[in-house]
Design a protein around this ligand. Structure first.
Ligand code: FAD
Length: 346
């Protein structure tokens, strides 16, 4: 039987697409090569909007309550507590498991393989898999990550960023009881360190910056964080991701739609990837139902507008001579900081 839609990539956004499609009553096939809960370099902060999107599709992963965001730089500190509802720090493996179980419960069909080639006609798309099989469907949603192979196969790769401007992310976990219910963003000389409590005994640290990037060195250069983590054992293998900025020329080519990081990504600095990605999952399935790529382009632009504008502006400031004044300025204008956090987290 031919499914209504094939979803490529079984990360959080691909799984959310498969769940949305099943909720809508469509037959869906999800293609993902990796088996079991998938880990990935991520800050692991689900902002209130991301958590609400998960609850809407019946997913409620275990984690640690997040009450807001704090920026710290030496003696300067500013914080904002979410106005309406909390977010949650959730280990990627826990999130993946919860989404995969929900997709299975709703009857999404999974194939463990990589997509290696794509062709399409006016009526549908044929995907060739690493197993040698082919899968056909009227629509494909590709949520195959930052370096999306389907984006490339569909001719949608955008301009690559100049090498010297590229930013990367690294993450590691520490076995310690969280000391805060906020996501702490420590601004050091050349990198930002994101601290997210993910359960009662684990704190994740994600570091963002240009290469060379060494997570232990960045932590050692932030006295407050180094003090907290002194002698604390690391409880996960370090993982990395990047370059973070990825552009797509468009969100669709014929009957192929891009969702999640595959559709274009700015930076992890504002911790928005999943909230925006879950909104795209919903919009892409609605567009498949309506048979309208224009509808998806419009919805994609609307759901990502704040993320694209505010995150790009913050990354620009982070690289400029204004960098040392970012946190002191935010500390002097806490209401402005709060309104930006609110715009980005819902
Ligand atoms: C350092 C860092 C910190 C971050 N912090 C946060 C945060 O705190 N909060 C937040 O919301 N977001 C954060 N993000 C962003 C978030 O991690 C991403 O937005 C999110 O993982 C996107 O999910 P995705 O499903 O689109 O892609 P991925 O999670 O990358 O999943 C893509 C999937 O596609 C599969 N795939 C690849 N190629 C193929 C193929 N050919 N065929 C089939 N399958 C394929 C892969 O195996 C993978 O499972 C952070 C990102 C980084 C790098």
């Amino acid at each position: 039987m031919k499914p209504h839609v094939v979803v490529v990539g079984g990360g959080p956004i691909g799984l959310a697409c498969a769940i949305e499609a099943r909720i809508d009553g469509m037959d869906v096939v999800l293609v993902e090569p990796r088996v079991g809960p998938i880990d990935k370099a991520c800050g692991e902060g689900l902002m209130p909007g991301a958590l609400a999107a998960l609850h809407r599709i019946g997913v409620d992963p275990h984690g640690r309550r997040l009450d807001g965001i704090a920026y710290l730089d030496g003696a300067s500190r500013v914080e904002h507590r979410f106005a309406e509802r909390p977010g949650r720090g959730v280990r990627r493996t826990v999130l993946h498991q919860a989404l995969a179980e929900r997709a299975a419960e709703l009857g999404a069909h999974r194939i463990h393989a990589k997509v290696t080639a794509l062709s399409q006609t006016a009526d549908g798309v044929t995907l060739t898999l690493s197993t040698g099989e082919t899968v056909e469907a009227p629509w494909v949603i590709a949520a195959d990550g930052l370096h999306s192979p389907v984006r490339r196969m569909a001719g949608l790769d955008g301009r690559a960023q100049a090498a010297q401007r590229r930013r990367f992310g690294l993450r590691k976990h520490f076995g310690v009881e969280p000391w805060t219910s906020l996501v702490e963003v420590h601004w050091s000389h050349g990198a930002e360190a994101y601290v997210t409590p993910v359960d009662d005994r684990t704190v994740g640290v994600a570091v963002l910056g240009s290469r060379p990037l060494d997570i232990d060195q960045v932590i050692a250069g932030i006295p407050e964080l180094a003090g907290r983590l002194d002698g604390v054992p690391s409880v996960s293998d370090p993982r990395g991701a990047g370059p973070l900025l990825q552009r797509a020329r468009s969100r669709s080519a014929g009957r192929v739609l891009l969702a999640g990081d595959a559709s274009g990504y700015v930076d992890a600095l504002t911790g928005e990837g999943m909230r925006v990605g879950f909104a795209q999952a919903r919009a892409s399935v609605a567009a498949v139902r309506a048979g309208s790529t224009e509808q998806y382009e419009r919805a994609w632009r609307a759901t990502t507008r704040d993320f694209r504008m505010l995150t790009s502006a913050l990354v620009l400031a982070a690289r400029s001579s204004f960098r040392p004044r970012i946190v002191p300025t935010a500390a002097r204008r806490p209401e402005l900081f709060g309104s930006i956090v609110e715009r980005l987290s819902h």
